[in-house]
Design a protein around this ligand. Sequence first.
Ligand code: CP
Ligand code: NVA
Length: 303
Amino acid sequence: MTKDFLCLSDWTLEDLEAIFALTEKLKKEQKDGTPHHLLEGQTLGMIFEKSSTRTRISFEVGMFQLGGHALFLHSGTTQMGRGEPIKDSARVMARYCDGIMIRTYSQAAVEEFAEQCYVPVINGLTDMYHPCQVMADLFTVIEHKQDYRNLKYCWIGDGNNMANSWINAAAIFGFELRVATPAGYEPNAEVIARAEKAGAKLLLTNDPKQAAAGTDVLNTDVWASMGQEEEQKAREAAFTGFQINADLVKLADPECVVMHCLPAHRDEEITDEVIEGPHSIIFDEAENRLHVQKAIMATLMAR
Ligand code: CP
Ligand code: NVA
């Protein structure tokens, strides 16, 4: 097990499955009102260079429920935002905090921070990956489908940080993943190559119908991620036909589930009807950020 949670590929199947088992236990205890102060007296520093609702709240509430404390640090109001080197910031923060969660642009910056920081570092989203979200997604699939194995998954839309993390997950967990993106918006080529080398069952296509046909899990995300706002109009044109709507859902397995990490642009990448419809497990998915991240923090930080 590595010190940090930066990318799913750094972890083994066995260790990730142990996180699911701990998530199930912690979720049950939280619902029953059984305290589980596994991180009593510990502090998580949370550095945000991008906006957040779910990530910020779920980490902060999660630390409280684990008996610890979370510190919200908007990077623009720290000295990091004024150019203090990552290696200095990381070494200083490690002396105050027991763990750090970072949401920023560059995966390399998070890796550099983790290298310099002797306490665990958790990736709360970069342009490249969103590993905590995909763990929450898979835990939600397990809850609704009893297991994540023997299911067909599809990703419809942008080959972004979420798509990259799903490809990593396909390589580790061994399930079949079909990814449909418009030409020019494919997931990261190195991520694909590494996953294929590891034996991932991947189908990459520009046809959303091919990806959706008979699948058990339909998943999508916004067409323009944080930092790409000025591309919104061009992307709306490029992504026409890549919407999860009632017609696409009809092509999937009749018992399929529909996921979206949120925030969603309703009636853009997914219709309002599907978000509110019977296949949607989107709000359970959002809730599970809390439970999965508590398990990740406890795994990395408990003494
Ligand atoms: N899904 C997700 O990470 O949401 P936030 O951007 O609100 O944290
Ligand atoms: N791909 C989106 C995910 C938001 C949780 C983004 O990076 O903005």
